[in-house]
Write a protein that binds this ligand. Sequence first.
Ligand code: LLP
Length: 428
Amino acid sequence: MDHFQYKNGVLHVEDVPLTRIAEAVGTPVYVYSRATLERHAQVFREALSGLPRVHVAFAIKANPNIAVLKVLAKQGFGADVVSGGEVARAIAAGMKPEDIVFSGVGKTRAEMEYALGVGVGQFNLELEEEGAVLGQIAASMGKTATATLRVNPDVDAGTHAKISTGKKENKFGVAIGEANGIFDRLSGTAGLSLRGLACHIGSQLFDLGPMEAAYGHVGDKVAELRAAGHVIDRVDLGGGLGVPYERDKVPPSPATYGQMVERATKGWRDGADGHPPVTLMFEPGRVIVGNAGVLLTEVIWVKPGAVNPYIIVDAAMNDLARPAMYDAWHDFEAVAPTGERMIANIAGPVCESGDTFAMGRDIDAVKAGDLAVFRTAGAYGATMASTYNSRALVPEVMVDGDRFAVVAERIKPETIIAAEHVPDFLAD
Ligand code: LLP
């Protein structure tokens, strides 16, 4: 069930009309639906229910708001994190440290020390040297770091180049052929317990074929490592499942994904011949939060254009960067549509031609002062916002039934200016 619906001609999030949120909080503002977050979490878990040992770590880069994380923590999700800041967020939201997986290609020593100190459950190594350093730091703290090695299977995920991670020229993971040597050399490292593999080939994936191929390579590697005497009891299969930004382009469902995983891991996940069973780990981001949020905006002007009019809205590329960065599509809908349509360009107030959300789009007819939303903005939306052009940092609201709360405040330019300093040597 969709929790973003028109009731009496007005778009509601659960039982709250977006007009009410605009009035109370102003625009632009991200609005999330708690019920949708919960539903997506449940659907994802359900899709994996055929697998005996599963750990789901929400990729909190997709939406790190602590209220959002709290909802997912209550659903039993852990977190996939890529920075010390994300570790802190996961913990602030009540996630158990042992349920946190620390990914990321450039963990600093300070971040490793902090993460070990709070008891993070797993580190996904990106290179051999990282394993050596992590072991040293852990040993010096009297701890042992549990780790997997992220392998790059050299598979083309068939997604946008900027969010593709599993080709050999990408910066992520070690070439899968090098895993054996790295395991041999790192095994026995004090402070390090290397006992699995990790793999993530990209984001917004619509084709399960490349994922299945990648998981197949991972399975082959598990068998080789076991044969060489290594204990493998966890394999992190990453995230990446796509969401429908355009209504008529539908990605594989979590259920179909779950069936594929069952098929692809069948030969090795349950252990055998003295090998321990494997816990399969997942790092979904977008599929959990993408369709649980919208960006609510107000039309400032309808500006005549050479071909089509420009709808100038009060949200901009600093609030929702995806169209400018990846030519991404976000559906645009009036909060109170009249039934009339228009062909228009949609752009924000930032002083760049790239601050354009759509060109020549068939949309609900809107005029200055109307409210509208960009759909499917719950993932990689607010978290990628900036204050470019000295715009405020966009706030976030969560709806729960007929109530709502501001879960991230609008950070105004005054607050940001107050954190800047004119040095003495520039004093008048
Ligand atoms: N695990 C790892 C190691 C990742 O790098 C990512 C995403 C995920 C999990 C979660 O992937 P998801 O399930 O959300 O596809 N800003 C871009 C997306 C960047 C994705 C980066 N890594 C966008 O707006 O499309």
